[in-house]
Write a protein that binds this ligand. Sequence first.
Ligand SMILES: Cc1ncc(C[n+]2csc(CCOP(=O)(O)OP(=O)(O)O)c2C)c(N)n1
Length: 322
Amino acid sequence: MSTDKKKLLEMYRTMVTIRQFETMAGEYFAAGQIPGFIHLSIGQEGSSTGVCSCLRPDDYVATTHRGHGHMIAKGADLKRMVAELFGKVTGYCKGKGGSMHIADFSIGILGANGVVAGGLPLIAGAGLSIKLRKTDQVAVVFFGDGASNRGPVHEAMNMAAIWKLPVLFVVENNQWASTTPQGYACALGDLCQRAAGYNMPGYSVDGNDVLAVRETTLKAVAAARQGEGPSMIENKTYRIRGHFEGDPQKYRDQAEVLTWQEKNDPIRRFEEHLVKSQILTKKKSKVIWDEVKAELDAALEFAQSSPYPKPEDALQDLFVNA
Ligand SMILES: Cc1ncc(C[n+]2csc(CCOP(=O)(O)OP(=O)(O)O)c2C)c(N)n1
């Protein structure tokens, strides 16, 4: 696969941005400055970045309750994201939606989703719209291993298959669905085996290897753009943080978390690859981490200095003016 140096460094920066965004969100949540619930994707940056690195701004993405990484990788505005997490009027939903309701139609982000597996029927609809409009866009849905056992997955994959819709079903198998280990709730070894039931290609990928994710996604995207229909990709990864911030995590052994963190960090793995390939130096890497931090500090400042929405605006924006 030939990915040029500029693109590789852009992908590295995206992964660093997601990691720093999530780390910052965890810290401010713990400090009581972020209301509601947040679910972080630390450790899953290879999947979000690898997939979105293959997409155009006019391609669609539907994501989940754990969607910050997908949105950042698709190009969402950090200031508006942070402001939304803080419940401020300058946020994506004017501070009234929070983490699980962020959307940005201008760059194809059809939304986070608090309903587990809720993104799949939605993305089948987006795929049908692409087909009817005869464009060469693609529509991608991210969902978890827990979500993969729900009914809407069958309905959406079946429809996408019979109508040959340009859809990518990307299941992020991070080993845990809240407190349930993946193997407890599903009889399959590889979740991509489900693809066979819909006569579509299915790939299982090391989701912490961003280049492997990109290589597989490029294949699936090319097929979708050429009218060959949907594919399923399983990115095998691991959820490093609790299910939600504040989760006491009594259901799993912290040694398991540490092993993934120390031996299989997707950012460290990519960084080592880039350094070995003489694309990145330790010095340049530090510059990138510092630049991203400065960008996030500016987003934080923007969010913190923005006002909360007014109580009288609570019922505004409930309906779209058609
Ligand atoms: C329809 C529905 N059922 C249950 C829930 C509660 N819930 C929220 S997240 C979650 C686990 C999801 O696990 P998975 O799909 O593997 O995603 P992950 O959290 O690991 O990213 C559950 C059961 C919900 N939000 N929606």
